[in-house]
Write a protein that binds this ligand. Structure first.
Ligand code: AMP
Length: 563
């Protein structure tokens, strides 16, 4: 059994290391040193996660709960904790300082525990698991008590890391790439095999355990499984049709439907639906569940598609209407009558016990067509395989006239690559671009809006370092209703507050329009958006969908060429 103290020590060492090879070797040592049972937990912990990426489980601890638990354990007020946060600018240090003060003073809860009791990694994990199951009335108080228990059983070396894990903000610089290579090094398997295992299972803990127990052979047997959602394949924007076609002999053209993505797992009469962020949304969409049961004529399948809301005149309704359906937890049937959905299926990844992801798009499409009977509620739209630009332009115009976003240009010979945004799926939309950016901070408003967060700091993604780079702030385009809703959502995501400034957990994606992109020294990205305004809160999108700095740079160059 490994103590949490040992895990905390390993984190400290990793944190102090800068070279990625040294980091990989430290993480590999850690993976080696723990028991089989602990390995999946430690694999998630070092990445700052508590549960695997595919899992719907969440600890649900934000700054509010964490500060209260720290305050109670330290015997001080929440304001005192906020003061220390302001002073240190760091949650881990705050926890250590606050609880250190306590240990010099009054007797602690831990004095009731067995002497020499060392908190183990599994105890911390089990406690987080208990916390994730708490819901309903009194949930907040109960979560605080559970966290307090952890703090009171831990030493000052551990409390910082417990706090950071609780809010899933460990930030010791260990991401997917480091863990992939560390599993390879620790258990003598190739990083490619580890990467493939992760792509198919979406569970690094399971991959680490499999590699340790059965090496490459066991890894190669990992596959897709029903009810364990995989990351979705993503699309790149194409600057022009010519450049899109230059990469393909022929192209498979589909309409780009303006809706929200759904991943469908069908196991006989059991149907589970996942959103683009892999949340289970089955309860909200009973009409889609029924349509899948009735019109998908195969026993088991994993399918990919876009749900759209169509008006009585056949035009797609605004994206906000679709989100109303996706978010709905109560009165789902009346909302379903008000906003009926059509599910446009465009891919199939698994059929009757077999994974199809290595097959070509054309082969998968044939299987998809023969698996689904088209109806108003669920359908496989036409796909045209061609290399004729005129024909493609005709389809494009028709899609836009039908109120859709544009077209998808797909490589007919390509496999299904979960989580990849490559050149095999390209999207073509009209010139007016919006950007999907992550919200990393906010500011409390002024005047009429003091109780709302009124201005939001936006960032793009740097895929080399995994960091988010600020590109500006958006404060317009919000209705009062949206501001109040956003303040609610973001209250659970506060990492730290300094005066009016708030640092937020990077989870929410805003789609913003803007006048132009400018070079700027004010923001770390080197760019700033001129006149940004909110178009949509994209709560169907996740961190993977956020624009990269390369994309911002490319758009900046394109804009200069146009002007
Ligand atoms: P974007 O949201 O701009 O990154 O564009 C990619 C998204 O378009 C996908 O994630 C899907 O949600 C959506 N989409 C609509 N129609 C299709 C289609 N025929 N094939 C693939 N994705 C589609």
């Amino acid at each position: 059994m490994t103590s949490f103290k040992e895990f905390a020590q390993a984190c400290k060492e990793i944190e102090l290391t800068s070279g990625s090879l040294d980091m990989i070797s430290l993480v590999a040592d850690l993976f080696h040193s723990v028991t089989l049972e602990e390995l999946p937990v430690v694999t998630h912990f070092v990445m700052g996660e508590i549960f695997p990426a595919w899992s719907a489980e969440e600890v649900g601890i934000g700054a509010g709960i964490l500060y209260s638990a720290l305050a109670k354990s330290a015997g001080v007020s929440v304001e005192d904790i906020e003061d220390i946060v302001r002073h240190t600018g760091d949650i881990g240090k705050t926890a250590v300082l606050a609880l250190d003060k306590k240990s010099q003073g009054q007797s602690t809860f831990s004095s009731f525990l067995e002497e020499d009791h060392e908190l183990s990694i599994m105890e911390v994990f089990e406690r987080f698991k208990d916390i994730s199951r708490i819901s309903g009335k009194g949930a907040q108080t109960s979560k605080i008590k559970n966290l307090q228990y952890l703090f009171n059983s831990a030493s000052s070396k551990e409390v910082g890391y417990i706090s950071l894990l609780a809010i899933e903000e460990l930030r010791i610089g260990v991401g997917e790439g480091i863990v992939r290579d560390a599993i390879g090094l620790a258990f003598d398997v190739s990083s490619e095999d580890v990467g493939r295992g992760f792509m198919l299972t979406n569970d690094m803990g399971l991959v680490a355990l499999t590699a340790r127990q059965g090496g490459s052979e066991a890894l190669s047997k990992l596959g897709l499984e029903l009810n364990r959602p995989i990351k979705l394949m993503l699309a790149q924007i194409t600057p022009s049709l010519e450049s899109a076609l230059s990469n393909m002999d022929e192209a498979a053209i589909e309409w780009k439907f303006d809706g929200a993505r759904v991943q469908i797992h069908k196991d006989g009469d059991d149907v589970v639906l996942y959103s683009r962020r892999l949340e289970d949304i089955t309860q909200s969409l009973p009409d889609i569940v029924e349509a899948v049961k009735k019109y998908v004529k195969v026993d088991t399948a994993i399918l990919d598609g876009e749900a759209v809301a169509i008006d009585s005149d056949g035009m797609p309704r605004p994206f906000q209407d679709i989100l109303k359906r996706f978010r709905r937890k109560y009165d789902v049937n009346s909302t379903a009558r008000e906003i009926p959905l059509t599910l446009n299926l465009f891919d199939i990844m698994y059929l009757n016990g077999q994974s199809l992801i290595d097959m070509s798009l054309i082969e998968r499409r044939e299987l998809l067509n023969s698996s689904v009977e088209n109806d108003a509620s669920i359908r496989v739209d036409t796909q045209v395989v061609t290399k004729d630009p005129e024909e493609i332009n005709r389809i494009y115009t028709k899609a836009l006239n039908g109120g859709h976003e544009g077209i998808m240009i797909k490589n007919p010979n390509s496999p299904y690559s979960p989580g990849k945004r490559g050149k095999n799926w390209l999207k073509k939309k009209p010139v007016m671009e919006t950007l999907d950016l992550i919200v990393i901070g906010a500011e409390w408003g002024y005047g009429r809006r003091t109780s709302f967060m009124g201005s939001y700091a936006l960032a793009c993604h740097d895929s080399d370092t995994g960091n988010f780079l600020p590109v500006g702030k958006v404060a317009t385009g919000f209705s009062d209703e949206q501001l109040s809703e956003l303040t609610d959502i973001f209250s659970d995501l506060i990492v730290m507050e300094y005066g009016k400034e708030i640092e937020l957990k990077p989870e929410v994606v805003f789609e913003v329009a803007f006048e132009e992109i400018q070079k700027s020294t004010n923001y770390e990205s080197g760019y700033a958006l001129r006149f940004p305004r909110l178009v949509n809160i994209r709560d169907d999108k996740s961190v993977e969908d956020v624009e990269t700095i390369e994309r911002i740079e490319a758009m900046y160059r394109l804009q200069r060429e146009r002007n």
